[in-house]
Design a binder for this molecule. Structure first.
Ligand SMILES: Nc1nc2c(c(=O)[nH]1)N[C@H]1C(S)=C(S)[C@@H](COP(=O)(O)OP(=O)(O)OC[C@H]3O[C@@H](n4cnc5c(=O)[nH]c(N)nc54)[C@H](O)[C@@H]3O)O[C@H]1N2
Ligand SMILES: Nc1nc2c(c(=O)[nH]1)N[C@H]1C(S)=C(S)[C@@H](COP(=O)(O)OP(=O)(O)OC[C@H]3O[C@@H](n4cnc5c(=O)[nH]c(N)nc54)[C@H](O)[C@@H]3O)O[C@H]1N2
Ligand code: SF4
Ligand SMILES: [Mo]
Length: 706
């Protein structure tokens, strides 16, 4: 217990602003200021647990490099403080001029999955319908686009079906390209609470912390998952592990799928995947034996050259074995960022508000009438995806770019190209908490933003649970919430009237409810923030009369989707979708003989480290410099010693890293964590053709002595 004098006067629970687990943190306040925090003991997600990032969540708010005033690039080329008045005049003036001269196709925005849904919706409405920007996307493209595409085609809507209770109810859990021990530690704690002694089966080229804790680890050759999954489907069908009643009643396309996978034989699969024949057959038997099998995937699947089909092959395994809609089952994409799900439904980028389609005239007129705008200003397609926006900058078509809460100069694939594209932009605006991010340093105008804990709103976590974040701290200097910045831009650009109802996050939450009405993500039954707070968050969908639903039911009900076997497709049937596997775009060769994998390095580092890098506590929990994981055989053939330095070179560039010799990486592969800016200097721009998500996780490199 704290000494009496330091007892907090007040405690305010808010959802953590890092990963999509959505843990609740109790922030303790004294004289209105946050003094520390603890994990909320009764919240249904984390039940008193938090990971290092959560425990240290307040520290980055006080960092010395917070952006405290707008910054404008002057004639000498350096960024100089200015006031909001000037920043707004410049922002609106330059944007108006560029859009006026070249049309809305000359301006684009890149948003995020890390600000509240209310802010994302404001941004999406303002940029598209207020300022007339034709193209907008977000970092969710780097992360979740594949899951979105896969779900939409198979289920008829972007609908991750699970609830975290499923981690505890499965008797078989299959993790593909996911490392929850590091990336979603509190979800992993939920797996550890599973009382059924489950089989935990991990498919990952690396012997990760998660793989080490598994019942069986399948060290698959990178990017051969699709062949493995089709082979498993064939084996399961031949074993009679299919649930024919479910398939007949609730799915479409099974016969074609069965014929398609019939030629995927285990001998060829063993060659492609590097897994022994016995191991593949044993994996199929374990899935067949399971009564409640859940399939979980993350970036090892989503970031690939045929990632949508790979995710859909996982969905097919769940469908054909009838493992969906029951406790402990599902084809479950684990989300990345704290509000990636909010960005998928409400950012108005690749989907129209509410998960609707830009291409659907009825959807456009619904949104137009709900927002009180002319349907003609809603375009009939989403516009360019992230990579296409960058191509259009290169082609001179897009001249103005507004970047909000993402750091692409570090995180985008082949980041050297991003630096070159900067030169092509007439106007680059970066809206961030920090003035020191790689992207902010390149901007013409920096808009200083309040961060997590300094503003109100809601996040939607990986299990579709909507819960609140609240202001517990004041933003430094003149920094403003993103919400307030959007209000200012609306006012200065002359479209304030269109946003007369957008007065506060709470008011926008009501608009989001209206926008969701009748959609699969209907949340019209949520009363408001107080209802969310008293319920431990509420999973979508949640429609109907709020007074008819007692709070206890909102708490107790696990909102798992598809319990009635009815999907969101027009015929209410789930689809089997499949395609012949293709070769990876940049395989290894004599010049570049090793395959580079990238991903999360530690539970203490968040992405480009702008926030986590500000905590002394977190900095002690990870290496301070870029390191490269190298198998002992490759280390010895290259005469590299632990603790030494190595040059890792790809066709895009070369970087220097510390040598880390470890058998957790298979021979022929090396691994670099994404948290250091060097890593993406090496990666190769290639995207899945359907989801347009980049394939960060495989390109050819070579090692050299420095
Ligand atoms: N500490 C921490 N936690 C985070 C984040 C963070 O930055 N730091 N970021 C959050 C976000 S936005 C996301 S998207 C998630 C990501 O969470 P994860 O996807 O779990 O993390 P990654 O390390 O990117 O990738 C997972 C695994 O994919 C494997 N992999 C690579 N290629 C292949 C392949 O071809 N096949 C298979 N089967 N596996 C492959 C890698 O070896 C890696 O272990 O984490 C979230 N949580
Ligand atoms: N090599 C490699 N690269 C990868 C990946 C990989 O696996 N390998 N993974 C990819 C994935 S899955 C993801 S999600 C991306 C993430 O890539 P980014 O989105 O670029 O990474 P972050 O560091 O989270 O950047 C968020 C930025 O928003 C700022 N910020 C935080 N809160 C706020 C706020 O409330 N308002 C405003 N205005 N700014 C705020 C932060 O300071 C930071 O600069 O990286 C991708 N890049
Ligand atoms: S697991 Fe994710 S949501 Fe929970 S405390 Fe850690 S970073 Fe925050
Ligand atoms: Mo992500």
């Amino acid at each position: 217990m704290l000494p009496k004098a330091r007892q907090p006067e007040d405690t305010r629970p808010i959802i953590c602003g890092y990963c999509s687990t959505g843990c609740s943190l109790d922030v303790h306040l004294q004289e209105g200021l946050p003094v520390n925090l603890s994990a909320s003991p009764d919240f249904p997600v984390n039940a008193g647990m938090a990971c290092p990032k959560g425990w240290e969540a307040l520290t980055p708010l006080a960092a010395a490099d917070r952006a405290t005033t707008p910054l404008l690039r002057n004639e000498n080329g350096s960024l100089e403080p200015c006031d909001w008045e000037r920043a707004m005049v410049v922002f609106c003036g330059r944007m108006r001029e560029i859009v006026g001269r070249h049309g809305g196709g000359a301006a684009a925005w890149l948003g995020t999955g890390q600000i509240p849904s209310e802010e994302l919706a404001f941004l999406g409405a303002l940029a598209r319908f207020g300022l007339g920007f034709r193209h907008g996307d977000g970092n969710t493209r780097q992360c979740m686009a594949t899951a979105v595409s896969a779900y939409k085609e198979c289920f008829g809507f972007d609908a991750p079906p699970f609830t975290y209770g499923d981690f505890e109810e499965s008797d078989v859990l299959v993790f593909v390209g996911a490392n929850p021990c590091i990336a979603h530690p509190i979800m992993w704690q939920r797996v550890m609470r599973n009382p059924h002694s489950p089989d935990i089966l991990v498919i990952d080229p690396r012997h990760t912390e998660t793989a080490a804790a598994a019942t069986v680890h399948y060290p698959i050759s990178s990017k051969s998952d699709l062949i493995l999954l089709y082979t498993l489907a064939n084996l399961l069908i031949r074993m009679g592990a299919t649930d024919m009643d479910f398939i007949r009643a609730h799915t479409n396309g099974f016969d074609d799928f069965r014929n398609f996978v019939a030629h995927y034989d285990v001998v060829a699969a063993s060659e492609s995947t590097g897994l022994p024949i016995d191991a593949i057959e044993d994996l199929a038997r374990r899935i067949a034996r399971g009564k409640r099998v859940s399939f979980w995937w993350t970036m090892g699947v989503n970031q690939g050259h045929q990632s949508t089909r790979t995710a859909q092959a996982l969905i097919a395994l769940a469908l054909l074995t009838g493992n969906i809609g029951r406790p402990g089952t599902g084809a479950n994409s684990i989300t990345g960022q704290c509000n990636a799900m909010g960005s998928r439904l409400f950012s108005n980028t690749s989907s129209l508000f509410g998960g609707r389609d830009f291409g659907n005239a009825t959807h456009r007129s619904e949104v137009a009438s709900l927002l009180g705008i002319d349907a003609a200003i809603i375009p009939d397609s989403a516009g360019y995806a992230y990579d296409q926006i960058l191509d259009a900058i290169e082609a001179g078509e897009i001249r103005a770019l507004w970047i909000i809460a993402t750091n692409p100069a570090h995180s985008w694939i082949d980041s050297g190209r991003f630096a070159r594209l900067r030169e092509k932009l007439e106007f680059l605006v970066v809206q961030d908490m920090y003035a020191t991010t790689e992207t902010a340093l390149a901007a013409d105008l920096v808009l200083p933003a309040a961060g997590w804990g300094e503003k109100d709103g809601t996040f939607i976590n990986s299990e579709r649970r909507i819960a609140t974040v609240r202001q517990v701290s004041r933003a430094p200097g003149q920094a403003l919430s993103d919400f307030r910045i959007f209000q200012l831009i609306a006012a200065y650009s002359g479209c304030g009237a269109q946003f007369a109802r957008w007065t506060s996050p709470q008011a926008v939450f009501e608009i989001l409810k209206e926008l969701s009405a009748g959609c699969p993500c209907d949340i019209t039954g949520i009363g408001g923030y107080a209802h969310l707070d008293s319920s431990g968050g509420i999973q979508w969908p949640f429609s109907g009369d709020v007074t008819a639903v007692p709070t206890e039911i909102a708490i107790a009900t696990e909102r798992r989707l598809f319990e009635d076997g009815r999907f969101f497709t027009p015929d209410r049937l789930a689809r089997f979708v499949f395609e012949e596997p293709r070769k990876m775009p940049e395989p290894t060769d004599a010049d570049f003989p090793l395959l580079l994998l990238t991903g999360r390095g530690s539970s203490a580092q968040w992405h480009t480290n702008t926030r986590t890098g500000k905590s002394d506590v977190l900095r002690k929990l990870h290496p301070s410099r870029l390191y490269c994981e190298i198998h002992p055989d490759d280390a010895s053939s290259h005469r590299l010693n632990p603790g030494g330095r190595v040059v890792v070179e790809s066709r895009r560039g070369a970087v220097v890293a510390d040598v880390m010799v470890t058998a957790s990486i298979p021979a022929g592969h090396v691994f670099l964590p994404m948290h250091f800016p060097e890593t993406n200097k090496l990666t190769l721009t290639w995207v899945d053709p359907i989801s347009r998500q980049p394939g960060y996780k495989a390109c050819a490199v070579k090692l050299q002595a420095p």
